[in-house]
Ligand binder design. Structure first.
Ligand code: UT7
Length: 328
């Protein structure tokens, strides 16, 4: 497919404020023990009131640009994956462009909930591989704390804020390349996980605010079942497309939603624990940002080295799912 697409830089940013399970258990009827055993989450990061999603996005993006050794003016395109944009429009990508000074870039957002980073990376890959763009910035950033119902114990324990970014660059040499994607969705299951109001069908009103319809609604048990099934399915599909076995992978970064979902994927792929990256104990579920943050952490800690084969797979509202295999 034309040019090779190389991850030339990564970065991430999380707010300093840590919210522990113990603190949540003072607000709703839950315990640290329940949250740890049912989800694996121990704490999450929460943005301060004056912090915008685009602030986190810009911090992660600057780090990725610095690591790639390129200036903001060299970016040809910015693709942002988010479900918690600063405002309905302009898009987060436009706001990020302004913050970075990336004057030459085409700018747009991709909305695919927790699968957003994998979807956005697939878009970036097309532009790089076709030769249309030399450097595409893919930034996944969320402030889920602003759309969390803090009185609902079945959801408020899960989510956190953060951002991750990668620069995807065209390359003619070396082994680094994106090898395959598998993306999918099933709109019939959209009601399982959504924010009911605030869009054009149900604009904000006193009624929607009183009914807490601007916050996340989830049928956790059904989402859980679908997540296990679809994560396994899309990893199998992407490996087949890449002509690889799971045992060929040096590292797998799954979407960080629930440790039990990750464990079922690990068992399904028959991978040892050390090959499957987990950071949800620190950050909870940061939706689109979760894989991007994990990827940047793996690069920073040298858990991922040049030449390694990496698998990533995500699952989320929509429903949507997506997997990617690349040689880092
Ligand atoms: O990013 C992708 C989107 N999200 C996900 O992937 C989330 C997928 N789902 C999950 O992770 C799990 O379904 C949850 C962690 C949300 C819930 O765990 P579960 O084991 O599926 O629990 P459940 O919803 O079946 O509820 C079991 C019990 C219920 O009590 P009863 O009806 O059996 O008396 C709940 O009311 O646990 C109760 N419960 C809680 N108890 C203490 C639900 N949340 C809590 C809580 N603390 N925080």
């Amino acid at each position: 497919m034309g040019k090779q697409a190389r991850i030339s830089g990564t970065g991430f940013a999380v707010p300093p404020r840590i919210l522990t399970n113990a603190e949540i258990s003072q607000r709703v009827d839950t315990t640290d023990e329940w949250i740890r055993t049912r989800t694996g989450i121990e704490e999450r990061r929460i943005a301060s009131e004056d912090m915008h999603n685009s602030d986190l996005a810009a911090e992660a993006s600057r780090k990725a640009l610095c690591a790639a050794g390129i200036a903001a003016e060299e970016i040809d395109m910015i693709v942002v994956a988010t479900t918690t944009s600063d405002m309905p429009f302009p898009s987060m990508a436009c706001i990020l462009q302004q913050a970075l000074g990336a004057r030459r870039a085409a700018v747009f957002d991709v909305v695919a909930a927790c699968s957003g980073f994998v979807y956005a990376l697939s878009v970036a890959r097309q532009y790089v591989a076709s030769g249309e763009c030399r450097h595409v910035l893919v930034t996944a950033s969320e402030v889920l704390s602003r759309v969390t119902d803090w009185s609902d114990r079945s959801t408020c324990i899960l989510f956190g804020d953060g951002a991750g970014a990668v620069v995807l660059s065209a390359s003619d040499e070396g082994a680094s390349d994106i090898l395959a994607f598998h993306l999918g969705g099933d709109g019939r299951l959209g009601d399982l996980l959504k924010i009911p109001a605030g869009g054009s069908s149900k604009p904000a009103s006193h009624e929607t605010v009183n009914a807490r319809e601007h916050t996340i609604r989830m049928n956790g048990a059904e989402v859980f079942k679908a997540a296990v099934q679809k994560m396994n399915f899309c990893m199998r599909m992407v490996l087949r497309r890449a002509g690889l076995e799971a045992s060929d992978l040096d590292l797998v970064i799954p979407h960080q939603a629930n440790l039990r979902i990750i464990d079922s994927l690990r068992k399904y792929l028959d991978l040892p624990r050390e090959k499957v990256y987990v950071n949800l104990q620190k950050y909870g579920n940061t939706s689109a940002a979760s894989i991007a943050i994990a990827l940047a952490e793996c690069v920073a800690s040298k858990r991922l080295a040049r030449g390694n084969l990496l698998g990533m797979c995500a699952f989320g509202g929509g429903l949507t799912w997506g997997a990617c295999v690349l040689r880092y």
